[in-house]
Design a protein around this ligand. Sequence first.
Ligand code: GLU
Length: 309
Amino acid sequence: MAVSGEAARYRGRFAPTPSGPLHFGSLIAALASCLEARVQQGLWFVRMEDADFPRNRPGAEAAILRALEAHGFVWDAEILRQSKRLDAYHAALASLKEAGRLYPCACSRKKIAAHHPPRAIDGGLVYPGFCRAGLPPGSAGHVWRMRIEEPSEIRFTDAIQGEMIQNLGKEVGDFILWRDEGLFTYQLTVVVDDAWQGITHIARGADLIDSTARQIYLPTALACPTPFYAHLPVATNQTGEKLSKQTRAAPLENSRAAANLTAALTFLGQNPPLTLARASIQTLWEWALENWDIGQVPHSRFLRAINNT
Ligand code: GLU
């Protein structure tokens, strides 16, 4: 994708996984990322993160796009589908291998757990590094891991959550970029595509904030620019669970688009007049574009959604 001559222009994106229809939680990320791009006179893209093939659900992509259209979203280029980008991920993996930044690993989850390593920040286990110095004789690697070199403290300033620090070596460990069932992991695909699309600013749910240090470390190794980040509060239901397919979040009703968008603006701290819920989509977007202020978004990682739970 051409970015030459536009290097300074804001480029944002919404990157849904087609694992189910849009729900209120995903509307938050779509709306905030789009409004911020628009008020910055920038471009806004939609990318279908469909390279994690087992998670794709038939019909989900079409339902997501129908919902975005019904809610008045307009994107700036053809949709990028990760399933069409496998060559780019292969090339990134090959360049990291060649630079000696990756190593194959043969360890099973059971073997790692038996060593009782510390818990990783995302709930997994910090890999103890058994295969760092080479595969045990006679064994075959089934994943490729990124070798984290010290010092591995990553700092960034999040536009909503503030100053963030993560020690990758201690809190994450050598992370996986490729699994032998032919799957590139989210950490790799997101970085390769954000770089290729020239994304300068990422606004997304704070459930992904713990991945961000990996996504800053990786571009450094791939010599890609690092985007700016804004992690939005994640919408939860009454019992504090993230709204998701797993927690049976209701799909957005397209016939209630104005009400859904008004609820999303309220959730994002924008105080829309409640009459907007009955206004036309056009009036609603006009109000949103006029009034959007990322500074009003609550600085919390999780927030209960009043509606739609
Ligand atoms: N595809 C991811 C999801 O649906 C979002 C990735 C991102 O925004 O970085 O949760």
